[in-house]
Write a protein that binds this ligand. Structure first.
Ligand code: ARG
Length: 461
């Protein structure tokens, strides 16, 4: 009557609604490759301790490989009556190879199986994400080097503050992403222990060799507590926290690209291939990629919150609640990957309107701090210098002039210690070049910082 691999003690078949409600194969089939890897390692270990003979091991290996080929060819039929990826594959194996298939689950439970599968899956996903993240970082660092002397206004409160270079700005973005990369590495390192062998919750009565399966699957070690192993989802939460923060960084970048590509700023063009039009307004070219990344940031942050809430009330050890972890995790992985990919493709294609950036820096009195610093060097206390420059800026605003356009006699009216040498520091280049220290925006420093960042990208892990 029942297809269920656990059907022995049941007198009635599962209610149809319950079948729909409780299946996970519609989404956890994504774990097929890692489920098969885990099963191959487990089978090899069972053979080494004498649970499987040579022929049984060979049949299991062949059967699992055939199933893998069928899945990849798209001809494997997933069945929700078999609940999840694990039981679909195991049932099919037994169909194909007979009794040897029934021995595969010896000394293992779906609880340690799924915990192992998702670690394997997430480990690969982190590797993929880090690869794409690197390519985005590379694009930013290349831009930074190329635009190390390209002046633009730097903002605080979104008001023009001081001139910076476009390259400096790109390296600020890269600094965020470099930390994201490290966070992923940290998370990957901590999650790389093997739960397999914890069985349902308490371990197993078979003399299993957990070191063997851990090594075979590329884990650093077997996990140390079976109860924890089948119930722990910290690694997912950590990953999702790193992913959520990375999306926040991508979202901040999005916000700047949206502003910069607007008519009001006109600092950059994001490229026709990365923008979309309006169905009603023919003139529009919208920065939808950036807007979608900003929007998708909410999903990944929502997934983090959902994972935290999923765990908060669970007693040890495994509970079925945990099945809810996968769609959240997969969604976060997919969203982060596609967002990074689209940025990595878009950034090398952007066009800069350097004249507009320069004009914006000039109009915003971005060198006012330089004038104050100049006065300080002429022995005026900073607070007094601040006041003097404030009045000077106000004069320039009223008379619609740039600071460097004010005549020397007029400037001397604000402060007698101002000399002809002031004009050199009032230029944008003067201001940039003055900030010539580690972390500063002077083009020479930006060049150096870009070289350091480039080197870090090629060596770090
Ligand atoms: N599909 C389940 C999950 O994702 C697999 C583990 C089920 N274990 C159990 N004892 N029902 O969590």
């Amino acid at each position: 009557m029942s297809k269920k691999l656990w059907g022995g003690r049941f007198g009635q078949s599962t209610n149809e609604l319950v079948e729909q409600f409780s299946e996970s194969v519609s989404f956890d089939q994504r774990l097929y490759l890692h489920d098969i890897q885990g099963s191959l390692a487990h089978a090899g270990m069972l053979h080494s301790i004498g649970v499987l003979d040579d022929g049984e091991l060979a049949d299991i290996k062949q059967g699992l490989r055939d199933i893998l080929a069928d899945i990849e060819a798209g001809v494997f039929e997933w069945d929700i009556a078999l609940e999840d990826v694990h039981m679909n594959i195991e049932a099919r194996l037994t169909e194909r190879i007979g009794d040897a298939g029934k021995k595969l689950h010896t000394g293992r439970s779906r609880n340690d199986q799924v915990a192992t599968d998702i670690r394997l899956y997430l480990r690969d996903a982190i590797d993929d994400i880090q690869r794409v993240l690197r390519s985005l970082q590379t694009a930013l660092v290349v831009l930074a080097d190329k635009e190390a002397a390209t002046v633009m206004p730097g903002f605080t409160h979104l008001q023009t503050a001081q001139p910076v270079t476009f390259g400096h700005h790109m390296l600020a973005w890269n600094a965020n992403l470099a930390r994201d990369y490290e966070r992923l590495s940290d998370c990957r390192k901590r999650m790389n222990i093997c739960p397999l062998g914890s069985a349902a919750l308490a371990g197993t009565s078979f003399p299993i060799n957990r070191e063997m399966t851990a090594t075979e699957l590329g884990f650093d070690a077997p996990s140390q507590n079976s109860l924890d192993s089948v119930s722990d989802r910290d690694f997912m939460i950590e990953f999702n926290a790193a992913a959520a923060l990375m999306m926040v960084h991508l979202s901040r970048m999005a916000e700047e690209m949206i502003l910069w590509s607007s008519d009001a700023f006109k600092f950059v063009d994001l490229g026709d291939a990365f923008c979309t039009g309006s169905s009603i307004m023919p003139q529009k070219k919208n920065p939808d990629v950036a807007e979608l990344v900003r929007g998708k940031t909410s999903r990944v942050n929502g997934n983090l919150h959902a994972l935290l809430m999923l765990m908060k009330g669970q007693p040890l050890a495994y509970n079925r609640d945990n099945q809810e972890d996968k769609e959240l995790l997969f969604d976060s992985i997919d969203t982060v990957l596609i967002s990074l990919k689209v940025y990595a493709a878009m950034m090398p294609q952007i066009t800069l309107f350097r004249d507009n950036m320069r004009a914006a820096a000039e109009q915003g009195y971005a060198t006012a701090t330089d004038l104050a610093d100049y006065l300080v060097r002429k022995q005026i206390p900073f607070r007094d210098a601040h006041e003097i420059v404030g009045k000077t800026v106000s004069y320039a605003v009223e008379n619609k002039m740039m600071l460097s356009g004010i005549a020397l006699e007029t400037l001397q009216g604000f402060c007698g210690r101002i000399d002809g040498d002031v004009y050199a520091i009032l230029t944008l280049e003067g201001s940039l070049n003055a900030r010539d220290h580690v972390g500063g925006t002077a083009p020479a420093q930006v060049k150096k910082a870009a070289a350091i960042a480039k080197n870090a990208l090629s060596t770090a892990n």
